[in-house]
Design a protein around this ligand. Structure first.
Ligand SMILES: Cc1cc2nc3c(=O)[nH]c(=O)nc-3n(C[C@H](O)[C@H](O)[C@H](O)COP(=O)(O)OP(=O)(O)OC[C@H]3O[C@@H](n4cnc5c(N)ncnc54)[C@H](O)[C@@H]3O)c2cc1C
Length: 304
């Protein structure tokens, strides 16, 4: 059993006082605006600091979670014991390399990477410009939209294994599938990713980004807190359509509601709890199964 005060001091010696928050509400770090306190929320700024925190947790037997922009996570109401390692604007360098390559640290947002690519006259990442997560989250989830997905452009990811070993995985080694990856299954920390893009005129890239943004704004409840699509797309169906057909659009449990704008999204209409969202998910799964025979599987990462 570790002593919390001395572990706090140890973390602060590794990453600096300001980079370690204690009992930090996860609701402030997730797009659902849900989640109780993280025992420690740590924001390292360099790869060495990330590795040092990962090593410290392993050596002390402290649970470790990685958080990007928190746009695909349902954090528990009771909070999380151990360290939540946040890789976001504290770890977000983006570089344009020769030969149409770009390298981004895990915390860089898709929006920032897509904008840097556009400015450099590099096409191929437009699909991700409206996915409100980080490169780390995109690599773990194989994020995708509008016929594009992360694995179409990623050539390499640098990671830390759970043992703290630094590895570079090629695309085949990353074993991307639909909203899944080897890094997800093996609990790796994604440090950075390299993308292969192709030359194009910045104006043409900007026009495609504007078009995708408009399509997203028209269809999705972007004005409400959510974690995007609640369920994975079942083979041969659309989750939102199945939910709508089961008469569930607008259905709610507490302040968690099936969006009236897009039935594939669960939104937080005020003070939804994780218990509300979990209750809603279970009810939607049961009713859709009864109505259509299709079993919906959550895409949102349900932390417990
Ligand atoms: C309005 C809205 C629209 C969305 N639209 C889309 C869409 O079109 N397509 C799509 O695919 N998704 C979409 N999403 C979901 C979400 O944005 C993506 O899944 C995104 O890739 C998650 O990135 P993140 O940084 O927010 O990850 P988080 O939500 O912080 O984390 C997601 C998972 O990745 C892990 N993780 C994050 N960073 C790292 C890292 N550096 N190393 C190891 N593990 C890590 C976390 O532990 C967690 O398991 C949408 C969400 C919202 C709110």
């Amino acid at each position: 059993m570790i002593d919390a005060a001395s572990f706090t001091a140890h973390l602060r010696s590794l990453v600096g006082d300001n980079a370690v928050l204690t009992e930090e509400p996860l609701a402030a770090h997730t797009t659902f605006r849900i989640g109780g306190p993280a025992q420690w929320l740590v924001r390292p700024r360099t790869e060495d600091e990330v590795a040092a925190v990962v090593d410290a947790c392993r050596e002390a037997g402290v649970p470790l979670r990685i958080l990007g922009a928190g746009s695909n996570v349902l954090a528990p109401d009771e909070g999380l014991p151990g360290v939540t390692l946040k890789l976001a604007d504290n770890f977000a360098a983006v570089e344009v390399l020769p030969g149409g390559l770009m390298r981004a640290q895990a915390g860089a947002t898709n929006e920032a990477v897509a904008a840097a690519a556009r400015d450099a006259g590099l096409a191929g990442y437009e699909f991700a410009c409206g996915i409100p997560g980080t490169i780390g989250g995109a690599a773990i989830m194989n994020a995708g939209a509008y016929e594009g997905q992360f694995s179409d452009v990623a050539v390499e990811v640098r990671c830390l294994t759970v043992e703290g070993e630094s590895v570079t995985l090629t695309a085949p080694e990353a074993a991307w599938g639909y909203r899944t990856s080897r890094m997800m299954h093996e609990g790796m920390v994604v440090l950075s990713a390299t993308l292969q893009l192709r030359p194009d005129a910045s104006e043409a890239i900007a026009a495609r980004m504007a078009d995708l943004t408009q399509r997203r704004e028209e269809k999705q409840p972007l004005e409400m807190p959510s974690a995007g699509s609640t369920f994975k797309r079942p083979e041969g169906y659309f989750a939102g359509k199945l939910i709508q057909d089961a008469g569930l659009q607008g259905f709610s449990v507490g302040d968690a509601q099936v969006s009236t704008k897009h039935a594939g999204f669960v939104v937080n209409t005020g003070n939804a709890t994780a218990a509300d969202v979990l209750g809603l998910i279970a009810e939607v799964q049961a009713r859709v199964l009864a109505d259509s025979g299709v079993a919906l599987e959550p895409e949102v990462r349900l932390w417990s």
